[in-house]
Design a protein. Structure first.
Length: 135
């Protein structure tokens, strides 16, 4: 299972990004399940809203939540508390730290993201950058 950050969803879902083809190819080539959580859903919706409009943003959020290829993990109170600890300990932004807490609680140690700098600070997280692999 590979956790997917919102930047990869955004790049894959919007042809206007120069990173579009690399992100899209990543989803097409991998033969694994992907997952995301509440934070990623909200960040992705906001990006789609800003770039593609309210109607399309709603359609894409629903598609993410209903997809058979994506597993959704809700953020819990435990994730919030552990996320605050990770944020302090590793000097990672709150959302990213909470994503890590949610990943670890659900037994996921790999994330596809273009944000290598922050996620690679945590020793238990393996970062996959689909954007850089072709450049």
């Amino acid at each position: 299972m590979i956790f997917v950050d919102s930047n990869i969803f955004m790049f894959a879902g919007d042809e206007n990004y120069p990173e579009h083809m690399n992100a899209k190819s990543f989803f097409e080539e991998k033969r694994e399940k992907f997952c995301f959580n509440t934070i990623i859903a909200l960040e992705s919706h906001y990006g789609y809203l800003r770039n593609l409009g309210a109607e399309e943003a709603e359609v894409r959020l629903k598609a993410m939540l209903e997809s058979k290829l994506l597993k959704y993990y809700a953020i819990t109170e435990e994730d919030l508390i552990k996320g605050a600890e990770i944020s302090r300990r590793y000097n990672i932004k709150t959302n990213d730290a909470t994503i890590i807490a949610n990943m670890l609680r659900n037994g996921i140690d790999r994330i596809a993201t273009d944000n290598v700098k922050d996620f690679s600070k945590h020793s238990k997280i393996k970062v996959i950058n689909p954007i850089k692999r072709f450049t």
